[in-house]
Write a protein that binds this ligand. Structure first.
Ligand SMILES: Cc1cc2nc3c(=O)[nH]c(=O)nc-3n(C[C@H](O)[C@H](O)[C@H](O)COP(=O)(O)OP(=O)(O)OC[C@H]3O[C@@H](n4cnc5c(N)ncnc54)[C@H](O)[C@@H]3O)c2cc1C
Length: 470
């Protein structure tokens, strides 16, 4: 079925994506004399920075992913449509999206593309089968199923070697997501679960954090990086630096260090927090605009975040490259708002806005309860670096402030009290479907949700022979 958008006399703005960039652009257009259509492949707005807390049973998915149409329900000039955008025609000014068997062509006068990024396996997409990333609610719920399921299976296993494998958790990538994920798996094992099992001692779980670079949280600078390393050590997390993953399979992974030494790590859960790649829409737009995407698949944009040669099309957030800006939520929010303001200025014939200027409010990461690291304010203007309890309190405040919806803020605070003061976790429910979803999707004839097909020719038995772990 194909539907073509209805014609209207008002200026039509189409926003692709309901993440940070899309949501802030939409809100900025609230009182503008325009018709806004937001098209997104998910019906929720996802607060990605807290995904790891869903994956480790602290928060529910609803708390960090409210329904977009509920968030924007008071915005009378806006229509929210579910749809996976697979084509953008810059010349015809149309966007084509699909939801199940319904294809829709939506015309626009102005376009804001904020489709974000997905997990990158650096050309080894088949790793996705056994090492889920952490980008979507699906990823977080599957990881929760795999992590909690690993302890259940260890409790049933009789072979001590298998118990050890089942209780080995590997996180690849020591950036903020990897550090937070490793910290929370360690806390789950050492505190939350420690009295719940009779046959296994969950405090003996091994948590490994691997990275190809020579430090953890390197983007925060050497001082914060060293503080974070100490905190990880206190949690009993093994940090393997200068280590590259060479293969991943259902029973673990192989890694290589800078000396060329190869190690096998037998593990049941591998979390991939090592890289991101811009939405494929960036390359589709770049092709039409005659520009090249960068190594991360991002499209270079003009200083006013428009596509070269197309002043009516804006690309914001994780999909674009401009002035080496980082892929963080503040960039997406500020650019989304800026693109919407530019559209309003043009319609009211006001003087054009100056080029987009990013205001860096700093960055933070929390490693365990009562402990975080971060910097506040632009470092080039002498921003402040924090670590420990004060940083953790700031982290709490900032995340509650930016979480969308009053109800979500209240329930999140309650769940944090349960976890951080009481050490319990309210969201330990897992379903079989969540845990086996990825495996089931890998058997589809056509790849779906970016999950590749498992090659029939590589059964588990052919996994490389284990070599001793250092
Ligand atoms: C685990 C994790 C932790 C993070 N922690 C932090 C942090 O602590 N601080 C920080 O500042 N940043 C953090 N980030 C980064 C931050 O979340 C991103 O920079 C930000 O979300 C980018 O916003 P965006 O609007 O560009 O994309 P997103 O927020 O990813 O939104 C993309 C939207 O586009 C939709 N979409 C994608 N493809 C299509 C398509 N083809 N058709 C239709 N819709 C589509 C998606 O469904 C989604 O709604 C984190 C990211 C992750 C994954």
């Amino acid at each position: 079925m194909e539907i073509t958008g209805t014609s209207t006399k008002r200026h039509r703005v189409v926003i692709i994506g309901s993440g940070f960039g899309g949501l802030f652009a939409a809100k900025e257009l609230k009182d503008a004399n325009v018709d806004v259509t937001m098209i997104s492949r998910t019906s929720h707005h996802l607060f990605q920075p807290l995904l790891y807390q869903v994956a480790t049973g602290i928060l529910s998915e609803g708390e960090i992913a409210p329904a977009t149409r509920e968030v924007l329900r008071k915005q009378k000039n806006l229509d929210v449509l579910l749809g996976d955008v697979h084509a953008i025609d810059l010349a015809a000014r149309t966007v084509t999206s699909r939801a199940l068997d319904t294809t829709r062509v939506t015309p626009y006068d102005s376009l804001i593309v904020a489709a974000g990024a997905s997990t990158s396996y650096f050309g080894n997409d088949h790793y996705a089968l056994d090492a889920p990333g952490l980008k979507t609610v699906d990823d977080a719920l599957e990881l929760r199923g795999r992590i909690l399921g690993a302890f259940e299976m260890a409790n049933l296993a009789t072979d001590p070697v298998e118990v050890e494998r089942l209780m080995t958790f590997v996180v690849v990538g020591a950036g903020p997501t990897g550090v937070e994920m490793a910290g929370q798996i360690a806390e789950l094992a050492r505190t939350t679960l420690r009295r719940d099992f009779r046959r296994i001692d969950t405090t003996q779980a091994r948590v490994l954090l691997l990275d190809g670079q020579s430090g953890v949280l390197t983007s925060f600078g050497p001082k914060v990086s060293a503080q974070a390393a100490k905190q990880l050590d206190r949690l009993g997390i093994e940090v393997w630096l200068n280590t590259l993953v060479t293969s991943v399979d259902e029973r673990g992974l192989d890694v290589k260090d800078t000396s060329g030494r190869v190690d096998r790590i037998d593990a049941n859960v591998v979390v991939w927090a090592a890289g991101v790649r811009a939405s494929k829409l960036a390359a589709k737009i770049a092709d039409q605009a005659g520009v090249q995407v960068d190594r991360a698949g991002r499209i270079p944009v003009n200083p006013d975040v428009t596509v070269p040669g197309h002043p009516e099309a804006f690309v914001v957030g994780d999909m674009m490259s401009l002035d080496k800006l980082p892929g963080v939520s503040q960039v997406a929010m500020q650019q989304g708002r800026y693109a919407a303001k530019t559209i309003k200025h043009r319609l009211t014939r006001r003087a054009p806005l100056p080029p987009f200027q990013y205001f860096d409010k700093g960055s933070m990461a929390t490693i365990s309860r009562f402990s975080a690291v971060g910097d506040i304010g632009p470092l080039r203007f002498g921003g402040l670096r924090f670590a420990g309890f004060v940083a953790w309190l700031l982290w709490l405040g900032v995340h509650i402030f930016y979480l969308v919806g009053f109800k979500n803020r209240v329930t999140t605070l309650l769940h944090w009290m349960v976890t951080f003061l009481g050490r319990g976790r309210g969201q330990r429910t897992v379903t079989h479907q969540q845990a086996i979803g990825r495996a089931a999707l890998s058997h589809l004839e056509t790849p779906y949700l970016g999950i590749p097909q498992r090659p029939a020719s590589v059964p588990v038995e052919t996994a490389p022979e284990p070599v001793p772990v250092r």
